[in-house]
Structures are given as C-alpha cells and as structure tokens.
Design a protein around this ligand. Structure first.
Ligand code: SF4
Ligand code: FES
Length: 239
C-alpha cells in the first residue's frame, strides 16, 4: 500500500492524489480555503501549507509519494496560517456579525480554528462594489477573498465561465463575464454549482436571511478542528 506520514499517521493514497485529497479521504483535516474535492487545483490561499520532508509546500497542489513525512498541525504552521487569515480579514471588508454567512463561513471558521483574536494590523477598508443586478443572487465583492472557487466551479462543473480574476497584485478582483460586467447580465443561475461554492459571504441568495438561526449553523455546530497549540492572549500573533 502506498502511504505517506501526516503528523505521525500513515495516510494511504492512490496514483495522482494530492496530499490534500488523500488526507481528506483518510479523515484527516488540513486547513484550507480554496480547495474543493470536486474542483481542480488552484493554490490560491496557501492556508494548506505544510512541511513536506522539511520544506514548505501547499498540500492541495503537492502530489503524494510513498514515504513522505508531512507536518500539518504544528504550532509553527498554525502561526503562519493565523497570519494569512489576519491578512485576508484586513484586505477586505468583513463584518461577521452582520453577514448572513456567519457560522457557515470558512474564513470565519478558519480564524477561530487558528486562534485569531483580532486582525492585529490596520484594516485597508477598500472601496468595493456590491452587484445586486441578478434577480436571485447577490455578489458582494467586499467579502471576496479571491479563492477562485466560483471561477473553477462555473468553468468545470457549470460549463459557463461566468467568473474570472482580473487585475494584478493588490488590484486583483473578481470580474463577471457579461456585456455589462454585471451578474444579472450573465449566464449565472441560482442553481449553478458556482452559486453554492463560495466559502465566504460574497455570493449569496437573495430573499433568504436567517433561515438557520445563529448558533445552529454548520461551523457553530461543528467548528473546524483546532491545532495542538492555540496562542494565548500574550502570544505574538505576527510570528
Ligand atoms: Fe472565492 Fe467567493 Fe470570491 Fe468567488 S466570490 S473568488 S468563491 S470568495
Ligand atoms: Fe491549498 Fe488554498 S487550499 S492553497
């Protein structure tokens, strides 16, 4: 049996598996934001960064090979993950208490998972649009973390190519493939897989609020597993 070691546990894999795919199938959790088992690789968020035979690598894009020794939930790696999540929070406009996705948001759940107590950096508060042109769905770019899940879902599952990433660096942003650039003018439908795959509250259905009460939502009921050593209030969050 082909297997690699993940935090001391033998994880079997099949030919072509990434570390993430094999670990997930084996019931092991590697933190992630931009990976989805139905979609191709992206490597956009780097939250899944692990140490593979001592070297940093993204678990969602690294092929499994026999005998690899992979470190995943170490204090060092979770500290790096906490820094990444903090940077995502300050880069956009994330107001969890007023967001319909609260409790079902993977960014919020990841922040709890890695022990984020606050952003620790000055927020950018960028000016970003809300696109309410579609009859059934909202697109709120204030919450977009550029994970590309909707881009891949629309292309690979829906066969539509509704979304793409435009711009470079800090100016990177999600764009809609339509004559006006608006969602309501595109081929997007509420039944698309791209409509349900957003890990944050950037793509949400209209006319549906608090259908599931706060406290009973997926990550309220089953939080993402915490690592071995959550930071204390006195730890330096920037390490
Ligand atoms: Fe990811 Fe959602 Fe932004 Fe699409 S809209 S790139 S799924 S965060
Ligand atoms: Fe691997 Fe995002 S889950 S880079």
């Amino acid at each position: 049996m082909n297997a690699f070691m993940l935090d001391g546990v033998a994880v079997p894999f099949e030919g072509g598996d990434t570390l993430m795919a094999a670990a997930t199938r084996a019931g092991q959790h590697v933190p992630h934001l931009c990976w989805h088992p139905r979609l191709g690789q992206s490597g956009a968020c780097r939250l899944c960064t692990v140490r593979v035979d001592g070297h940093l690598a993204a678990a969602c894009t690294t092929r499994a090979t026999p005998g690899l020794v992979v470190e995943n939930r170490t204090a060092e790696l979770d500290n790096k993950r906490r820094l990444l999540v903090q940077l995502l929070f300050i880069e956009g406009n994330h107001f969890c208490p007023s967001c319909e996705k609260s409790g079902a948001c993977r960014l919020q759940a990841s922040a709890y998972q890695v022990g984020m107590h606050g952003p620790e950096f000055e927020e950018f508060y960028p000016h970003r649009p809300v696109d309410a042109s579609h009859p059934d769905m909202w697109l709120d770019l204030n919450r977009c973390i550029l994970c590309k899940l909707c881009v891949r879902a629309s292309r690979e599952i829906d066969g539509k190519d509704v979304f793409a990433i435009g711009g470079h660096g800090i100016a990177s942003h999600l764009i809609v493939n339509s004559p006006s650039g608006l969602l309501g003018d595109s081929a997007f439908e509420a039944s698309d897989f791209a409509a349900e795959v957003c890990p944050v509250g950037a793509i949400l259905p209209k006319r549906r609020g608090f259908a599931v009460p706060i406290g009973q939502r997926p990550f309220d009921v089953a939080p993402l597993p915490a690592g071995p050593s959550l930071p204390t209030d006195t730890d330096d969050d920037t390490r």
